[in-house]
Design a protein around this ligand. Sequence first.
Ligand code: ADP
Length: 482
Amino acid sequence: MNTRSIGFRVVSWYAGWLCAVFVIFGAFIYWQLAHYLETSLGASLSRRANQIAELLTSAGGNVDAKTLATEINERYAPERSGRFIRVASGGALLYVSGKPLDASFDPAGVRLPPVPTPHEMLRNEMEPDWKPLLVETLVCQAGDRSFVIEVGASRAPIQTVLQQMMLPLALGLPAILVIAILGGYALVRRALTPVGVITRTAERISSHNLGERLPVPPTDDELQRLSEALNRMITRLNESFDYTRRFLADASHELRTPLTVIRGELENAVGAPGLPAATRDSIGSVLEEVDRLARIVEGLFALSRLDAGEAQTERVRFDLGELAMTTTEQMCLLAEDKGVSLSRAISRGVTVEGDRARLKQVVVNLLDNAIKYTPAGGTVTVAVCVTDGRAWMGVTDNGMGIPADALPHLFERFYRVDKARSREMGGAGLGLSIVKAICDAHDGKVRVESEPDRGSCFSVELPLAAARAETAEETTKASEGN
Ligand code: ADP
C-alpha cells in the first residue's frame, strides 16, 4: 500500500475526521443523557422529600415513629420501589426504610449527613459492595421540631441505560470507519479516474504521435486546467520537433545534390590520364570520404522521412519469407567477397502488411551489419518463421559480438560500439536506428542478443497480416551453404 498516494491520504483524512466527529458527537450525547438522567432522579428524590416534609408539617411536627413508618410504607413502599428513606429529628432516628428487593444497598449502612446539615443537598453514597446511591437531604421545620429527611435511590438504572447506549456507539464506530474507508476509496477512485485517463494517454504520446492530445475533462477545475496546460505544452513540443525534423530533412536533401556532383567530378578527375600517382591516391581517399558522407546524408534523409511518419508510404501484403530470400540472394556476393558463408532457414507464407521497400531496408541493414562484423570464415544465418502468432525474422552471425554495456545504446542514432573500427568499415551508426524506426512504424519490435567473440542475433517481430496466421505454411528451406 502506498501511504504517500493522494488516495491513501484523502481516505485516511476523511476517515479520521469522520471518526473524530463521531466520537465527539457520541461523547456529547452520552454526557447529555447522563446529565439529564441524574437531574431527573435528583428532582424526583427532591419531590419525594418535600412530600414527606409536607406530611410532617401538616401534623405540626407531632408524629411518632410508628405513625410515620405506617404513613411512609403505605404511601411510598420504599422497599418495593427500591428507595431509601430516613427521617431523623433532634439526633434521634424516627424512620429508616428496609433493604430494597434488589439488595442494591443497605439502608443501615448509609452514612449520616454532615452536621450542620444544609437546608437541601444531594450527595452520592458509595460502598464497595453496593450499587452507588444518590441521596437527597432536606431539613424541614414542623412545629417546634426540626426534621432531617433523606430520600435516596440507586443509580444503577442510570448506569444500565448509559451502558446500553454505549453499545451501539461502540459498534457504530468501527462500522462508520469501514463505511468511511470504503466510501472514501470509491469517491477518490471516481475523482481520480480522469487523471488515470490523462496519464495513459500521456504515456502513449511520444515524438511519433505528438499530434495526439490529452482528454480535457469539462469540469472547469484544476484537472481541466492541468490537461489544457499539458496540451499547450505538447503543441509547443510538436512545433519544435517539426522544426527540427524539417531542418534535418531540408539539410540532408540539400546536401544530396552537391555530394552527387562532387562524386561525379572526383570520379572524372581520378580517371584523367597523366595524373600523378600521389594525386590519384589523394583523390581516391577523398572519394571514399565523399562516399561515407553520402551514406550519412542518405541515412539522415531516411530517418527524417521516417520521423515525419513516412515509414509506410505504401501499405501492401507480402511474404516476409520471400522478401528475406530475395534480399539474401542479392547480398550473396557481398558475403562471398568477405569470405562469409550465408545460410537460410526461411519459411514461406509469412505474410505481413506494410511498406515493402522499408522492410527490405531492415533486412539489408541487418544482413549488411552481420556480414560487416563477421570475420572471414564465419557464418551468417537468416531465418523467418511464425512464432506466437507473430512474424519473426532473425539474422544471426558468429562474428565479433557486442559487449553487454553497449547493447542498450545500439539503436541510438550515431552510436557505434567501436568508433574507429566502425568508421573503417564505413559505418556511421545510423543503420540500426533506421531499422528500429521502421519496425516501430510497423508495430514491430527489434531485439538483439549478443556475446563478445561468439556472435550476435538481431531479431525482428512483426504482426502477421490479419487472418493469415493459420495458413502460414512452414516450408523451411534447409540451410544452404553459399
Ligand atoms: P554502423 O553503420 O556503424 O554499422 P549501425 O547502427 O548499423 O551502425 O550499428 C551500430 C553499431 O552496432 C555498429 O557500430 C557495430 O559496432 C554494432 N553492430 C551492429 N551489428 C553488429 C553485428 N552483427 N555484430 C557486431 N556488432 C554489430
